[in-house]
Design a protein around this ligand. Structure first.
Ligand code: GAL
Ligand code: ZN
Length: 666
């Protein structure tokens, strides 16, 4: 099977989306001159080029793409060629309105933007397959082709009649009989019983709350329906070029796709990451998405898109301060990215993204953005040794889309509980403690980890529960956050407030009530403040590590443990969660990557290399034990080293340093 190695060919990939159809061809020549200057070795082309390639049904205009790919090859720039199927041309909607999505109110989603296609539409699929076939046939042997990029950020949802029929086929395969579906969805409540498959529709606009199990299955279906589109195109290009890797770019930590399932269908896992430059924890966000993507990839991954400067889709769009682009780019490399790319190469002058930055911004080649891009390109060229190497972690953070989907529905104890926010809070606590983390699915083999944390898995299948129990019984340290193991795979609540096997493991008797807290409310506990949530639970064998103090829950367990299994029935304030998890990690024998680093300085190990990153806006002095070479400056580092603001060092231990560390040099 092809992999990212086939595209990197031993050097980090650097480049970005290139939408040359916006420019006269003279500009292309200048583009490639500047790309060379910036060390760009890859462009992603064709992502939204459908109307240019197929101006009217069945027509083909590949001339411009021939010239472009040849030009790229002539300049030593590889091409990640995209199927243009994310944005059907206006003629498709006009001639085939059934290809346009309908929202849950039955309203048509029109052309005039992008991504207006219904994943269930046979007409859309037929046109998409035809253009993919012709594109693949034409460029299969092209020397510039390094990778296929299918569609773009698959994200459409549709509630139309074609989708309804498709949903029913999917449900039949999942549930077998209408009776089994009625059982799984709990349709006895509110007279929702279905007598025949044909009565079943997607969860459209309704009078009051819709059936949560139906909604959950619809989420699963939508992810699968989009994946069918991906797989169909992937299979076409793979037939033409079995040795060229295939990817589709994810939106980071996005609810619409079960990325565990999707990643298994990709040769290269790629993602688009846009931390808010104003967010003081933007570095943590970038780290979290990097950890997640690396875990999905089970090895090196591709940063398909980031912004060299501001985006244009937030309320207020902040530019990246000097040095931040470089810091975040190298942070992704540290966490396993072998490709650092952007949306987009040259900033647009027209269209909906004209105020979104590019590598070459409106300020041009003398602009600060481009100057920084050049520096990053030059430095990546020094990091060939990192390519293909692995980053490992002693801790796994468990995450599952099914649980996210089920747990975020209406009609639950508190709307304030936000899945992403909780995962982020737990990852942050570990990140700030300098502990390396992977992500894992609750049914994955966890035995390679000393510690596993479950920030918030409301839904757990029986298989997942047995997996967690056997992991902990086998000597692993397991830490579960509140409202975990409450529902089964059909979103049916388990008795006792939590699955009985988990309660036995965690030393919990009964969860009598959940006591969610108001946004501005906190409750004191031994040593910290509880926020967001609390629980009235009795223990059965568990040892109370911290209790609620005052209020209705006075004296009851907030944090409890039974041996190596821990339960945290609230969201402790950030410093408290950090101290708690750091303490548990220490007991489990998991050490920070480098001990004693100053606040805001991160160390990441990838293969033999140690990345040291300063997330602060001020220079800092850092001491890393041993003697190293900095691959970026060539300098030898022994003793304290200075890191500029947002500065990065990439260190390789010298032979002498290694000997000292292992105690053989005297
Ligand atoms: C991504 C998308 C790109 C561009 C970018 C802007 O979601 O794939 O085409 O729109 O956002 O940030
Ligand atoms: Zn549809």
């Amino acid at each position: 099977m092809p992999s990212l190695d086939d595209a990197t060919r031993g050097r980090p990939v650097f480049g970005g989306d290139y939408n040359p159809e916006q420019w006269p061809e003279e500009t292309w020549t200048e583009d490639f001159r500047l790309m060379r200057e910036a060390g760009v070795n890859s462009v992603t082309v064709g992502v939204f080029s459908w109307a240019k390639i197929e101006p009217r049904p069945g027509a083909r205009d590949f001339g411009w793409l021939d010239r472009l790919t040849d030009l790229a090859h002539g300049h030593g720039v590889g091409v990640v060629l995209a199927t243009p199927t994310a944005s059907p041309p206006p003629w498709m909607g006009a001639r085939h309105p059934e290809t346009l999505p309908r929202d849950e109110n039955g309203q048509t989603v029109w052309w005039g933007s992008r991504q207006q296609f219904c994943a269930s539409s046979p007409t859309y699929r037929r046109y998409a397959a035809a253009i993919t076939e012709d594109l693949a046939a034409r460029y299969a042997g092209h020397p510039a082709l390094t990778m296929w990029h299918i569609n773009n950020e698959y994200c459409t949802h549709c509630w139309c009649d074609e989708t309804a029929a498709h949903f029913r086929r999917w449900l039949r395969a999942r549930h077998g009989t209408v009776e089994a579906l009625n059982e799984a969805w709990g349709t006895a409540f509110w007279s929702q019983r279905y007598d025949d498959w044909e009565e079943i529709i997607p969860p459209r606009r309704a009078q009051y709350r819709r059936n949560p199990a139906q909604e959950l299955d619809f989420r699963r279906f939508t992810s699968d329906a989009l994946m069918e589109c991906y797989v169909a195109e992937r299979d076409i290009v793979a037939r033409h070029t079995p040795l060229v890797p295939v990817t589709t770019n994810f939106m980071p930590f996005w609810s619409g796709q079960d990325a565990w399932a999707w990643s298994a269908e990709e040769d290269v896992v790629s993602v688009d990451i846009y931390p808010d430059p104003k967010d003081p924890l933007g570095g943590q966000y970038n780290a979290m998405i990097g950890d997640m993507t690396r875990s999905q990839a089970r090895g090196p991954w591709m940063l398909m898109e980031q912004a060299a400067g501001p985006v244009n889709w937030r309320e207020v769009n902040h530019p990246k301060p000097r040095g931040l682009n470089r810091l975040l780019s190298l942070q992704s490399v540290a966490r396993g990215a072998d490709a650092v790319c952007y949306f987009q190469w040259r900033q647009s002058r027209q269209g909906a993204e004209k105020f979104h930055s590019g590598m070459l911004s409106h300020a041009g080649e003398r602009g600060r953005t481009f100057q920084e891009v050049k520096r990053i390109g030059a430095e990546l060229a020094l990091l060939e040794d990192v390519v293909g190497t692995r980053a490992t972690a002693g801790i796994a953070v468990l995450h599952d889309w099914n649980s996210w989907w089920a747990g975020q529905q209406d009609g639950r104890p508190s709307r304030e509980v936000d899945y992403q926010r909780l995962v982020r809070a737990w990852h942050r606590a570990l990140w700030e403690s300098g502990l390396a983390t992977d992500f894992a699915h609750p049914e994955h083999d966890l035995r390679g980890y000393r510690m596993v944390v479950v920030p918030h898995l409301y839904l757990l299948t029986d298989t997942a529960i047995d997996n967690l129990v056997s992991y902990a019984r086998g000597g692993g340290t397991l830490v579960c956050g509140f409202f975990t193991g409450v529902a089964d795979e059909h979103d049916r609540v388990r008795e006792g407030g939590m699955d009985a096997r988990l309660r036995a493991l965690l030393g919990i008797g009964t969860v009598h009530e959940w006591w969610p807290l108001d946004p501005d409310e906190s409750v004191s506990c031994d040593g910290f403040d509880a926020t967001l949530w609390s629980e009235e639970l009795s223990t059965d064998g568990g040892e109370v590590v911290a209790a609620y103090r005052g209020g209705e829950l006075d004296g009851l367990a907030a944090v409890l443990r039974a041996g190596r299994a821990w339960y945290v029935s609230t969201l402790p304030s950030p410093p408290a969660l950090r101290a708690l998890l750091a303490g548990i990690a220490e007991e489990a024998g998991v050490r920070p990557v480098v001990e004693g680093l100053p606040e805001g300085v991160e160390a990441v190990r990838r293969g033999e290399l140690l990345f040291v990153l300063n997330h602060g806006r001020e220079p800092v002095t850092v001491t890393v034990p041993g003697t190293h070479h900095d691959l970026l400056t060539g300098a030898e580092v022994a003793g304290p080293m200075e890191l500029e603001r947002f500065g990065v060092a990439v260190l390789r231990e010298t032979a002498a340093g290694r000997a000292v560390a292992s105690g053989t040099a005297r």
